[in-house]
Write a protein that binds this ligand. Structure first.
Ligand SMILES: [Zn+2]
Length: 307
């Protein structure tokens, strides 16, 4: 039994308004088929069908202000209401307090202690490691939790060997924007299949996608649509390859942003928990999911339950 957590930064459940919400304005056939013809918007949740559940999760966690990535992701990774503990939302990258919180134990380190095989599927380009090593760049919450748990970040060699996925899913951005020659570029459907195959090699895996949050901050409607079209193909490849009896795919986020391009800021919208897999596996997993603080406990409970 396994879980693939596909983390999409800055994806909320918004209004069904094509003028501001690219989830309405973009053709996403695989996602719509999965949701029984519905779009990924607030009014679609809760939804429960043969293959998937869609729940709406609170990302504000009862704390004033707009949710931010450092405290939101720390909440996702620890199961603690981190904004409530510190009294505010904070981000995008962890300050020393949030960092210390993550270093004291997180989803990855706990699963490893439980004897589970854990994979973090993102590949990072050489420049990323250079800027981290030189102190010019700080880890964001997820790679901080990953590396502090003793997991090595995947590199360009892993990407070339088919053992990792680039931040844009396909590798096209590494070739064209980063100018890294010999980057293998996958079609998005193929990249979705690769994601499923890599997830099948471990008990728990996570992939972090953050271009969604960037496009939201830029209020880039056409860019958002292009990202969502790519994502839909990723989902198609993933669904074609995933064995529902063998585990769950969880798609969720830390806060809203992309679903409301009338603002360049994060939103107060709930975030989706889209859970794909056999009905019996989904039922227990979704029982207590109300906010993003409930995700980590649900994952740990899934792996603690025998069978
Ligand atoms: Zn953001």
């Amino acid at each position: 039994m396994r879980i693939l957590f596909l983390f999409l930064d800055g994806i909320g459940l918004g209004l069904a308004d094509p003028a501001i919400n690219p989830f309405i304005a973009t053709h996403m056939p695989y996602l719509q088929q999965l949701l029984g013809g519905q779009r990924l918007v607030a009014e679609a949740a809760p939804l429960h069908n043969q293959r998937a559940c869609l729940l709406s999760l609170d990302a504000t966690l009862g704390v004033a202000g707009t949710p931010q990535s450092a405290t939101g992701q720390a909440t996702l990774l620890t199961g603690q209401n981190v904004p409530a503990i510190f009294g505010h939302h904070y981000g995008p990258k962890p300050d020393p307090e949030v960092a210390e919180f993550l270093l004291n134990g997180n989803l990855f380190s706990t699963l490893i202690k439980m004897g589970k095989n854990v994979g973090f599927l993102n590949a990072y380009p050489p420049r990323y490691f250079e800027t981290i090593d030189s102190g010019r760049r700080m880890y964001s919450a997820i790679p901080l939790a990953v590396t502090s748990s003793g997991i090595r970040l995947k590199t360009i060699d892993d990407l070339r060997a088919g053992r990792a996925i680039s931040a844009d899913f396909t590798g096209g951005g590494w070739l064209e924007n980063l100018g890294i020659p010999d980057t293998p570029v996958l079609g998005p459907f193929q990249a979705g299949k690769r994601l499923a195959e890599l997830a099948t090699e471990v008990d728990f895996s996570l992939f972090e996608y953050w271009l969604s949050d960037y496009a939201g901050h830029r209020q880039a409607f056409r860019e958002a649509q292009a990202l969502l079209e790519t994502f839909d193909q990723i989902l198609g490849g993933l669904l074609a390859t995933w064995d529902d009896q063998e585990g769950l795919i969880l798609i969720s986020s830390d806060h809203g942003n992309l679903e409301d391009l009338s603002t360049r800021h994060h939103t107060l919208n709930p975030v989706p928990a889209l859970i794909i897999g056999a009905d019996g596996l989904r039922k227990e997993f979704t029982t207590n999911l109300k906010s993003i603080a409930d995700i980590s406990p649900a994952i740990l409970q899934f792996f603690a339950t025998p069978g």
